[in-house]
Design a protein. Structure first.
Length: 320
């Protein structure tokens, strides 16, 4: 999706531009759905100025942190290689293995023993020396890097509901087939989900691969970023993450558990606006709609169900 390539502030600016141009001559040339969307934005801008905001239906979360790996670079007179390791300890263990296999370069010289010590850190220090220059034309570098996830914001829909039969039929009829070419194998795209099916000559298998990064967040992406997915081979279900269309524990709780303090404040504000949480009249703490007593220690303010803003029951909620 195009939205994945822009920062939240960029998206906000684009939305406001659309609202400002909603009634311009240029807007009259837009297809009807786009024109109606621009007019909705214009109405929201007017309502916001009059402090009559509509309930929030989504929250924009900052990019998820990537996974940390340790990069170990080892160079000698004849080669220079760099490889990733899951932990610093694993990288040092590999470096110690390299040191011991080349111990003849330093063994018996000066204070260095003939045989490498059992301790990895001691072996590395003795081999390379305190200044790292004990062995000519050899050295190493160990550093961490973040990999594994694209640095992009996410839009979390607070009112997730799986498509009804009519909408699902439209998404299925809108599926697109991409034939194999020089850039990749053939695949089918439905609701943004890419399903590749091809003959893998290298491994000698017929391979089926599902890619969910581009899944349509308006229809099939749950607020925690996952897609309800069921994979069937012949008549056997080999994978099932449907869970009745809602993750467990509740999505709202999962979002809050994974969020940093700034993200958490944004999510709670949006949830209160959407009626999924209520704000304590005494201490202003946001509380889950499923409870009638403020959860802040020392407060415990009890409210009647009638005092909590009503909203349709959503997949975000569950028993407490």
């Amino acid at each position: 999706m195009l939205a994945e390539r822009f920062r939240p502030s960029d998206i906000e600016s684009l939305v406001r531009i659309a609202g400002a141009l909603a009634h311009s001559p240029a807007a009259a040339e837009l297809p009807s759905p786009y024109r109606e969307l621009a007019q909705r934005v214009h109405a929201e801008i007017v309502a916001e100025a009059a402090v009559r905001r509509s309930p929030a239906v989504s929250a924009i979360l900052a990019p998820r942190p990537g996974e940390q790996v340790w990069m170990l670079r080892i160079w000698t007179r004849h080669e220079d290689s760099t490889a990733p390791y899951a932990t610093e300890g694993a990288a040092l263990a590999e470096l110690a293995t390299h040191v011991r296999s080349n111990w003849a370069n330093v063994g018996g010289q000066g204070d260095v023993p003939d045989e490498p010590p059992a301790n990895d850190a001691e072996a590395i220090d003795l081999y390379y020396g305190t200044d790292g220059n004990a062995v000519p034309d050899q050295g190493f570098e160990l550093y961490s890097e973040e990999i594994g996830r694209p640095h992009r914001s996410r839009i979390a829909p607070l009112n997730f509901a799986f498509p009804d039969p009519v909408t699902a039929d439209g998404l299925n009829r809108g599926a697109v087939f991409y034939a194999a070419d020089d850039d990749g194998p053939s695949c089918i795209e439905v609701a943004g989900v890419l399903v590749f099916g091809y003959v893998d000559a290298e491994d000698g298998v017929v391979r089926v691969s599902v890619h969910l990064d581009s899944a349509d967040p308006e229809h099939v992406v749950r607020p925690d970023g996952t897609v309800p997915l069921r994979i069937v081979v012949e008549d056997t279900v080999v994978f099932d993450d449907s869970n009745h269309f809602a993750p467990n524990p509740t999505v709202l709780e999962q979002l809050l558990d994974a969020a940093d303090p700034v993200q958490g404040a944004m999510i709670r504000m949006a949830a209160v606006s959407a009626g999924l949480m209520w704000s304590c009249p005494d201490c202003q703490r946001p509380n889950p709609r499923a409870t009638e007593r403020c959860e802040r220690p020392g407060c415990g303010r009890r409210v009647k169900a009638a005092e909590i803003a009503t909203a349709p029951a959503l997949a975000l909620e569950g028993p407490r």
